[in-house]
Design a protein around this ligand. Sequence first.
Ligand code: GLA
Length: 736
Amino acid sequence: MSITYNQTAKTFFLKTKNSSYVMKISDFDNLLHLYYGAPIPDENLDYLIQLQDRGFSPNPFEAGNNRSFSLDFLPQEFSTNENGDYRSSSIEVQNPDGSRTFSGKVTEYHIEEGKHLLETMPSLRAGSEDTVHTLTIRLTDEAAGLCADLIYSVFEEKDVITRSVLLTNSGSAPVKVGRLMSATLDFMDSDYDLIYFAGRHTMEREEIRIPVERGIHSIGSTRGTSSHQYNPSVILCTKGADEDQGKCYGFSLIYSGNFLIEAEKDQYSQLRLNAGINPKGFSYALAPGESLEAPEMVLAFTCRGLTALSHIYHDVYRENLCRSPYVKRPRPVLINSWEAAYFDFDEEKLLNIAKNAAQMGVELFVLDDGWFGKRNNDSSSLGDWTVNRAKLKHGLKGLSDQIHNMGLSFGLWIEPEMVSEDSDLYRAHPDWCLRVPGRPAVRGRYQLVLDLSRPDVCRYLADTINHLLSEARIEYIKWDMNRSLSDAWSGMLDRNSQGEVYHKYILGLYRIMDEVILTHPDVIFCGCSGGGGRYDPGMYYYQPQIWCSDNTDAISRLKIQYGTSFIYPMSALESHVSICPNHQTGRTVSLKTRGIVAMDGIFGYELDSTRLSEDEKAQCRAQVQAYKRFEDLILTGDYYRLTSPYTNPFFTAWQYVSKDKRRAVVSLVLTDKESNDAQRFVKPRGLLADAFYQVDGTDRVLSGSLLMNAGIPIPFELKEYEGIQFGLTLLEGEPR
Ligand code: GLA
């Protein structure tokens, strides 16, 4: 049993294969946190809590004259508010009498088999092979009339524990909730580094690693989406932890809206990690009998370094999060029309691009923005999802049929959450967008945001997308979202509930996606928000691939893809070969290098194939074939970051290894080149030390241990920005 309760010690003991997690009910029924880390036996951990009379650390009334019991320093599972704990709290409420106290005491618990599923948001689910148990601990505040169910599901074999909270108003008057964190995790020490992923439009998820210092370090989003700026997944690791060794804790929030993650090092050098919906602008009016769910947090722990942590997330997200049947299935190699034509196309031009792409081995043609309404630039028509016959004379069906006749499947771009002021939809329903009465709405890329907190808008959108999918044969949808939210006000909510708009927007979005995406399992949905502005576990639940960045420059992508790989499987990442000079950076690198970098994920093209020479098209054909040879490794294998683009200025290398370790593919791009340079070596990882591998395309046969320890020399003649890629295949029998 992965969850046990010890009556005598009053401890809850959660265990996975390689981790233990221990909580305790205090003498006064508070829920304390005792331990999370490497596996330990279920013994008495009481000695870890050293009570002290500490100045200015108040004592709860029930502690009587015991001045050494204070929530100001005790490690807790769910920090109460206004009750003597001055650190970043798990909850903030406004009770019917205006007070802000929440003091939850353990009143009951139960342990059951199976995974707890959230009702309103995506969450992990147990696979047929998984042993999962769920523990629910109820914290009740009688005076406030509130109870918080802390829910823990333990994936024993996968080294994953999920946490979420269900807050219920059990009283008789409404309560305002200003903050409800998904998980609070207290550590009794703080000797850790915090790793997070920060960025901006066209440069997402750069790895930042900082020591945890006194005070609160917070990251998050208030943009209505998880954002380009910060990702809702972070890592805490011991100092010196690297890819191969060190203790690493992962925290990944399954949520696509405003989030907050705080790392607080307190006065006694203890650390609190708090994560959940961002309280800024959030306020939820909880009526009697009503409940509010906090999004699910996926916790993982390993002693074996960052690669092992990544493998835990890659596996559990592929197997237990993403609902698409394509998650481990090959996806068609695509060509996307955006950088090929932008808004400037007609049917003939598109068919020519598709025809040339077919010669390159491409399997799917994706028509990006510009096909609907009168959209010839980005100032109009969002909301009018009817084809522009001036551009596509045979309509969507006509175009799709002709593309299919070439042997390609057909994909389409939509941006359903938005509306242009110059659109029939806006003229008919000006009240459907987010806007504060009496104020003009803030524009972003000339567009306004539809109010997805409204059920009627959600209904309309689900029907519209479903209708579109029936209009023509469409095998792929790129679901885009191109601005940050603002003007949080909804005509459907009363004045007390306006603080719910951003959260309800996300719940509305999830409902639409439940209806559209999960009921069209044959269609591949690709997520996008100006590239990677909504690259989060919530979206991965619905969409097996996400456009990683609007930056298609191969050298920039080395960093973007590297940062993304810490938590997200590379099979969730869409990457394309585009034209040079690159449209975002102006940089020129070889077609070969662009191919190698784009093969680090779900491969495709984003260029005008009619402008490629015959020789270039032949190169592309070879790229598609090369990709197909190891595509299964991307979909199901293990990923290794061989170097970091932040610490190795000379080259960036990465590798896929099949789960049975029989096949691997190593890729490398030279990022800096000096004259008469040092000899450098690339060292594969994750191979069988005692086995022998053939280096594909050569007659070299080397042992796994030699490859991993001495490596392979990087050819001297390789020039700056050039890349190489080679496969390794396990050889049966004796080496030659
Ligand atoms: C966003 C996407 C791009 C492209 C454009 C179209 O920026 O990230 O890939 O689809 O919109 O307007």
